[in-house]
Design a binder for this molecule. Sequence first.
Ligand SMILES: NC(=O)c1ccc[n+]([C@@H]2O[C@H](COP(=O)([O-])OP(=O)(O)OC[C@H]3O[C@@H](n4cnc5c(N)ncnc54)[C@H](OP(=O)(O)O)[C@@H]3O)[C@@H](O)[C@H]2O)c1
Length: 297
Amino acid sequence: MYRIILNKVKTTLKASIKIVSNFPRLLKLAPKILIEGGHLSINVAYVKYGELLKGKHVIVTGGGSGIGMAIARKALDLGAKVLITGRNHSKLKRAEQILNNSNLKILVWDISETEKISENLNIALKLLDGNLDILVNNAGVLSKKIFPNVTEEDWDNVYGINSKGAYFLTQEVCQYWLGNSTNDVKKVINISSQGGYVGATYPYRMTKWDIAGLTQGLGNLLASKNIIINGIAPGIISTEMQKNYLKQGENSYCDLNPQKRIASPEEIAELAAFLLGDASNFIIGQTILCDGGFSLK
Ligand SMILES: NC(=O)c1ccc[n+]([C@@H]2O[C@H](COP(=O)([O-])OP(=O)(O)OC[C@H]3O[C@@H](n4cnc5c(N)ncnc54)[C@H](OP(=O)(O)O)[C@@H]3O)[C@@H](O)[C@H]2O)c1
């Protein structure tokens, strides 16, 4: 009896010491938990499609980081040969090191330089052994200013990349496909945004409306030519682009959508894999929202 009581006292003492010693840590975390709603983790289901994209040649613009890099990684895993582009050579080299796959090629290519599109597409085609099956229009930049402080310079920069650059690249690629008659299915995946599905007051969101509209229009125009155009509208994704907005570190809590979380680039890549493969060939001109429910309000 005496021993049982002693053990109970010991256990209670140990538990109290644990609480007291953890107190400073809990105190530090408390505001975070209260203000940000606590820590949530993201579980990405990785679908194993095997060599779904074997023999396919893919360009991912802006593939040196974030969503583009995740899509490039997934396409490589599925057997494709992939070319990633961007303005910054060291970013592309870094991605090349990380992805570490002999089927990956890199090319410095600023898509806002529309006068160089033909020249760059020719180089890209050479790097892809003269083949191109899929274009992923992923490159994009955010607006620096929002209404009522938008400058023309910012407008031109954002539109030059997100809208005009993607448009003329798509046109050039489709011209190439239309001029090379083949029965193989060709695909374009346009990366829009949840911002393309709510009211837009600044250039970034407006360009994302553009891209969703272009997906619908070209989807309709080119389906009969065996060119399938679809898109993805991501919600808030943990990438470089969001680094100034996502100040919560490892915490994936976000109160902007009903699921109360941000997503990882890999979740967008999983959706892209479905659209890149032939299982989605009856889906035409659709931009699929992947936003934790943000656009439902
Ligand atoms: N993260 C989000 O929450 C989110 C949400 C919705 C939609 N999106 C869209 O997803 C796409 C990818 O963004 P992310 O989040 O992955 O951000 P990110 O990591 O900043 O990726 C953007 C990529 O675009 C490239 N890029 C920018 N301007 C370019 C140009 N003129 N020519 C070629 N490449 C260019 C960048 O590379 P360089 O700097 O080397 O050029 C970079 O690799 C964007 O279209 C973005 O609008 C993102």
